[in-house]
Design a protein around this ligand. Structure first.
Ligand code: APR
Ligand code: ZN
Length: 372
């Protein structure tokens, strides 16, 4: 067994909120016990990267959390992976032993759950540096780097036959949407669905709803260009709130005889959570939130919405247990049972990573896949 050394490679470093990333030479330390070092091959840009980059107080930092790669080396104690394994990164891990992981009904791992401080779970330190100065992580993944170190519980081994340039989207957005439709809402045949926000996350919900046989899938977006791609994923009707004379929830209620069976918030705007609640019906209406809010994380809704029988459910990563469940989505893609390719509107070389940010901010892309 060879002892891994420090690797020097290129990474896109964020130095301040909203400032263009700078491609720098960074040092990536060897994987520590139970960690693996990955050669990132493809990473896509997700809205949450932009949300964090535009507001995060933690800098300098390497963003990126939707990625695929190849294991370069493994740390002490790792038996699950070996050099050359193909992997997806997991921004929320699964330790398999904590209360949540053993419950069988939660993906909120208490050990490897969403990391918010920009460090590794195990020792609260970073594995990146420039001339000895630490560079912080994002969600313990940091895929905007040619090499990264992750906990072995934050990666999933996948078949080497699965195309890494496509399945990287399963690392976050596409899986989150499908899981919200199937696992969290458990949409039933013939039901009415309304989806707020028609990015990759919202359109993945649509894809999941269509597969479940939803009779109507109403898409709501302030960007009318989104309708072009939306039909292919199952959206049957489109509403642009800017074109409505009444609040959008009133329009949806009229369209659906009192509200949809299910509504989904896929924007990342807490104000829209209430709108989504108001758009589903009394009695059994279910609202699922997937968005990661930019500002004002508190929500405020009238109690009567709940008194009349609605439910609001939150979900992270579509409720999937990342290690236990995600294989099935890779397999479904390989059997052509789910669409991924259609979400990829742009492919860009790593040097152009800031262009991917611009495209998403301008609302001109679904997913940009960045080739490292
Ligand atoms: N009303 C309706 N649609 C809106 C509104 C609004 N007020 N504001 C934004 N949108 C639309 C945008 O036009 C865009 O099409 O929401 C969509 C969001 O899509 P993307 O920006 O592509 O984001 P996506 O990657 O799909 O993520 C959506 O889920 O995981 C979270 O952090 C992520 O909060 C984000 C959300
Ligand atoms: Zn756990």
């Amino acid at each position: 067994i060879k002892t891994p050394n420090v690797i020097t490679c290129r990474a896109a470093v964020g130095y301040g909120a909203g400032e263009a990333l700078v491609i720098e030479e960074v040092e990536v330390s060897p994987p520590q016990p139970m960690e693996i070092r990955i050669k990132v091959v493809f990473t896509s840009l997700c809205r949450s990267d932009i949300t964090a980059w535009s507001q995060a107080p933690i800098f300098p930092r390497i963003f990126g959390h939707e990625a695929s790669g190849i294991v370069e080396s493994v740390g002490e104690g790792v038996t699950e992976f070996e050099e050359g394994d193909h992997v997806l990164t997991l921004f929320t891990g699964e330790c398999m032993t904590c209360r949540h992981c053993t419950s069988g009904k939660s993906n909120m791992c208490q050990v490897l759950g969403l990391e918010r401080k920009g460090v590794m779970h195990s020792d609260q330190k970073t594995r990146f540096s420039i001339k000895g100065k630490p560079i912080y992580h994002y969600c313990a993944v940091s895929s905007f780097s040619e090499y990264t170190v992750v906990h072995s519980g934050c990666a999933l081994k996948v078949s080497s036959l699965a195309p890494l340039d496509k399945i990287c989207l399963l690392s976050c957005g596409v899986s989150a949407g499908l899981g919200a439709a199937w696992k969290v809402a458990n949409i039933t045949e013939g039901s009415t669905v309304v989806i707020f926000g028609l990015g990759t996350v919202g359109l993945s919900v649509a894809q999941g709803a269509k597969q479940r046989g939803a009779s109507r899938i109403i898409g709501v977006d302030i960007n009318s260009e989104k309708i072009e791609k939306a039909r292919a994923f199952g959206i049957t009707e489109f509403v642009n709130p800017h074109d409505c004379n009444e609040p959008v929830q009133q329009v949806i209620k009229q369209m659906t005889d009192g509200g949809a069976d299910y509504s989904f918030e896929c924007i990342g705007d807490t104000g829209m959570v209430t709108t989504a609640l108001q758009s589903c019906c009394d009695g059994w209406g279910l609202t699922v939130t997937l968005g990661v809010p930019k500002v004002n994380p508190e929500i405020s809704s009238h109690y009567a919405l709940f008194l009349s029988g609605r439910t609001l459910r939150g979900s992270l990563f579509g409720g999937w247990r990342p290690k236990s469940d995600l294989h099935s989505l890779v397999d479904m893609y390989m059997r052509k049972e789910i669409q991924i390719d259609e979400f990829i509107t742009h492919n860009l070389p790593f040097e152009d990573i800031n262009k991917a940010f611009d495209l998403m901010i301008e609302g001109k892309c679904l997913r940009c896949v960045i080739h490292m």
